[in-house]
Design a protein around this ligand. Structure first.
Ligand code: UP5
Ligand code: MG
Length: 190
């Protein structure tokens, strides 16, 4: 049977909460493909896409790119991966994202991880990152926090109400956080 339904885990959390860091560790140990929606959008800017300027401005303002663009990029990356298990990092960021992904792909997440972290700690982590991201400046960081609280936390709440949320204390060190994630993924390797 070659019609397999992909298994998806959404990885949510504020800017700098450690989504990318923990996804890399999960990938190494549990055979998932990591798709960071933010990374896909940044690659789309570099590719010279017709949406490049729009995406760049949206990211600089800390706002959320329209779903049709992001969902298309995610779908394409899923197809190209040849894998069936996906960690989707930093998506869905609002109700529109959530509904569009479900409608277009027909996929509902197995579960949803939420990295719970204080803004003080997230700000410290981002300001120490130094990877030249256009949104890693104090002005844009404040905007990202505001959008996260107003638009993304309601999505976290949506999955909590459906019993799908795994809330993780993300203020701890990298290894301690990973230890709490392991039991969530061991069922997938058996
Ligand atoms: N670090 C990580 N874990 C640590 C720990 N436990 N203790 C101490 N330090 C830790 O980590 C951030 C930094 O902290 C790193 O230097 C790391 O070493 C250290 P990282 O793992 O990179 O955190 P992450 O949560 O991935 O932070 P990121 O900045 O990537 O989160 P954002 O959600 O802000 O960024 P993303 O790339 O997802 O989105 C960027 C923008 O793209 C959005 O603001 C939006 O404009 C746009 N976007 C959309 O419009 N739609 C989408 O669907 C997705 C993005
Ligand atoms: Mg990231």
């Amino acid at each position: 049977n070659d019609v397999r339904t992909p298994r998806v885990v959404f990885v949510l959390g504020g800017p700098g909460s450690g989504k990318g860091t923990q996804c890399s560790k999960i990938v190494k140990n549990y055979g998932f493909t990591h798709l960071s929606a933010g990374d896909l959008l940044r690659a789309e800017i570099r590719s010279g896409s017709q949406y490049g300027a729009m995406i760049q401005n949206t990211i600089k303002e800390g706002k959320i790119v329209p779903s049709e663009v992001t969902v298309k990029l995610l779908q394409k990356a899923m197809k190209e991966s040849g894998n069936d298990n996906f960690l989707i990092d930093g998506f869905p960021r609002n109700e529109e994202n959530r509904a569009a992904f479900e409608t277009v792909t027909g996929i509902e997440p197995e579960f949803v991880i939420f990295f719970d972290c204080t803004e003080e700690e997230m700000e410290r982590r981002i300001m120490n990152r130094n990877q030249g991201r256009a949104d890693d400046n104090i002005d844009t960081i404040r905007k990202r926090f505001k959008v996260f609280v107003e638009s993304s936390l309601p999505v976290v709440e949506f999955y909590k109400e459906r019993g799908k949320l795994q809330k993780i204390d993300a203020t701890r060190d990298i290894e301690d956080i990973f230890k709490s994630l392991k039991p969530l993924f061991t069922p997938f390797v058996e």
